[in-house]
Design a protein around this ligand. Structure first.
Ligand code: E4P
Length: 214
C-alpha cells in the first residue's frame, strides 16, 4: 500500500516527504482553506516538493465548473489529479476529464455501488471515506473491503485510496484489506512512526554505546 499525506500544509508535506516513503498528496477545499495564499500557487508548490500524484479539488460542483476548473488544475502540473465528488454531475465530469487524459479521483465515496460507478466512468482513483463512515455509525473498513473485493474481480484501471483516516489502526487494516493507497493526516503519520519500545531501545543503545567508547 502506498502512503499519501492528506494535507495542504507546505511544512507538513515537506517534513513528511523528507522521510522517504511519501508517494503522493491529497488536498480538499477544507484543508486548503486552512492555508494562506493562492490555491493554484499552493498546488504548484506541493507539486514541486512531492514527486507523485497531487490531488486538488475544483471549488465549484456543477458539471461545467468541475470540468473547467478541473482542466485549469490539471494544466498546473502533470502530476495533478482532479478530485471530483461522487454525484451525477461528478460522474459526467469524471468521464469527460478522463476522455481528455486527465486523471481523476472520485471523492466522498461512501458505498460500494458509488465506487463501481466511478470506476466505470473512468476514475483513476476512488476515495472511500473510512473515518466519516465510522462517524456516521457505519463500518468504514467493511465498505473499503467490499470496494477492494469488487474492483479486484474486474480489470478496472482504478486505484483505491483509503481516505478519512483517523488513527494508525485504520492504516494497518486498510493495508491488510489491500487498498492500493492510504491518504493519512500528518498527525496520524507521526503516530505511526513512534513506538515507546523503540524510544526506550534507542536510549539504552546510546547509553551502552557510550560505555563502549569509555
Ligand atoms: C481525502 O482525499 C480527503 O481529503 C480526506 O481524507 C477527508 O478526511 P476527513 O474526514 O478527515 O475530512
Amino acid at each position: 500500500m502506498k502512503i499519501f499525506i492528506d494535507s495542504a500544509n507546505i511544512e507538513e508535506i515537506r517534513e513528511i516527504n523528507d522521510l522517504g516513503f511519501l508517494a503522493g498528496v491529497t488536498t480538499n477545499p477544507t484543508l486548503v482553506a486552512k492555508e494562506k495564499g493562492d490555491f493554484h500557487q499552493l498546488v504548484r508548490q506541493i507539486c514541486d516538493i512531492v514527486d507523485g500524484p497531487v490531488n486538488a479539488e475544483p471549488l465549484g460542483v456543477s458539471f461545467n465548473e468541475m470540468i473547467n476548473e478541473g482542466q485549469a488544475l490539471a494544466n498546473l502540473h502533470p502530476n495533478v489529479v482532479v478530485k471530483i465528488p461522487l454525484c451525477e454531475d461528478g460522474l459526467r465530469a469524471i468521464r469527460y476529464l478522463s476522455q481528455l487524459g486527465i486523471k481523476t479521483n472520485a471523492t466522498l465515496v461512501f458505498s460500494a455501488n458509488q465506487a463501481l460507478l466511478a470506476a466505470r466512468a473512468g476514475a483513476s482513483y476512488i476515495s472511500p471515506f473510512v473515518g466519516r463512515l465510522d462517524d456516521a455509525g457505519n463500518d468504514g473498513l467493511h465498505v473499503l473491503a467490499e470496494i477492494v473485493n469488487i474492483l479486484d474481480q474486474y480489470a478496472v484501471n482504478t486505484e483505491i485510496i483509503a481516505a478519512s483516516i483517523r488513527h494508525p489502526m485504520h492504516v494497518t487494516e486498510a493495508a491488510k484489506i489491500g487498498a492500493h493507497i492510504a491518504t493519512i493526516p500528518y498527525k496520524v503519520i507521526k503516530a505511526m512512526i513512534r513506538h515507546p519500545l523503540t524510544d526506550l531501545g534507542i536510549e539504552k543503545f546510546v547509553e551502552d554505546g557510550k560505555k563502549l567508547l569509555g
